[in-house]
Design a protein around this ligand. Sequence first.
Ligand SMILES: Cc1cc2nc3c(=O)[nH]c(=O)nc-3n(C[C@H](O)[C@H](O)[C@H](O)COP(=O)(O)OP(=O)(O)OC[C@H]3O[C@@H](n4cnc5c(N)ncnc54)[C@H](O)[C@@H]3O)c2cc1C
Length: 332
Amino acid sequence: MEVKDVTIIGGGPVGLFGATMARLHGMSAAVIESLPELGGQLYALYPEKPIYDVAGFYGITGKDLAVQLIEQAEHFSPDFILGQSVESIRYLAGSEPTYELTTPTGTYRTRVILITVGIGAFIPRKLPAEGADRFEGAGVYYLMPPLDHFHDRRVLVIGGGDTALDWTLAIAPRSQHLTLIHRRDHFRGQEESIRLIQESPAISVRTPFELVRINGDTHPESVVVKEVGSDHEEEWLMDDIVGGLGFLPSLGPVKTWGLSLKANTINVDPASMATNLPGVYAAGDVAQYPGKVKLIATGFGEIGIAIAQIRSYIDPSKHGLPHSTNLKGIPR
Ligand SMILES: Cc1cc2nc3c(=O)[nH]c(=O)nc-3n(C[C@H](O)[C@H](O)[C@H](O)COP(=O)(O)OP(=O)(O)OC[C@H]3O[C@@H](n4cnc5c(N)ncnc54)[C@H](O)[C@@H]3O)c2cc1C
């Protein structure tokens, strides 16, 4: 069986950049992704939301950034194994230790594992309101449909964190009107998002309100909301309801691999991105250390550190990372 130098578990933005960097620095690499598409949260959760804090782009949508990262990785021809969730890993000790990785339909061998599973499977927190289940996918959304869908429609967004705030800002310019409700008076998201929402004439913010019921026949026609802490209810005409309550972290099988965990993240040494298991590294949203910031830019930086360490782990005579322009074998 072929033994890869590095096998990357998770084909989100950080795993994709990991594949580019591993190949660029002369290592064989495979990416195993549980979904049928690469791109992670960028592609699955917010393909049309603009991102402003990735170096080199004034603003780029999630999908476009995913496409750029996939194209960049494809230049270096790593193996992509899609639609396969890694269920277990097994350490094979010896003079040249390796790991065996198992998915429901295959077994793979690798010297090093780089875990970039982000928040794991994307399981949205569902709206605890009457009618929410009935209209899911037809007026009630947890993953954003194309933004054009909201053109000239009345939209209700529910939630108080970054997911709800980001979706509010992305949808509002397309909608006829957008109302954001949250069951507390204070939002937990980024201050700049809160300021933009409060200043926008296209957005009404109502707090502390919660969704009670969605009325309609084949699609939502109105919603009933309730002021938290009182019996006061209001009915508003509404076309679309977007649940922005965040996602349930679900590392799934990763939790059984003997890694040192903190809640749904993996403890790493930030100087090396090494986990507690030999030859197993982690980067991106799943990697945890004091001061961690969950941003794409942070994940890219962590890849630089991890790949330098992995290169020395595989060949102890090598240290650090040379500049890319000095490398042989770059497709030009
Ligand atoms: C609404 C929203 C807006 C955001 N906006 C921004 C922003 O503007 N700027 C910014 O920097 N960040 C933003 N973020 C955060 C950013 O998306 C994450 O930091 C980034 O996606 C982390 O990348 P990752 O590769 O570590 O993980 P992910 O993107 O989560 O990718 C992990 C991949 O691993 C796969 N996977 C999981 N388990 C397994 C398994 N066992 N086997 C195989 N594959 C597996 C998953 O399917 C997934 O594709 C936002 C997040 C959300 C939800």
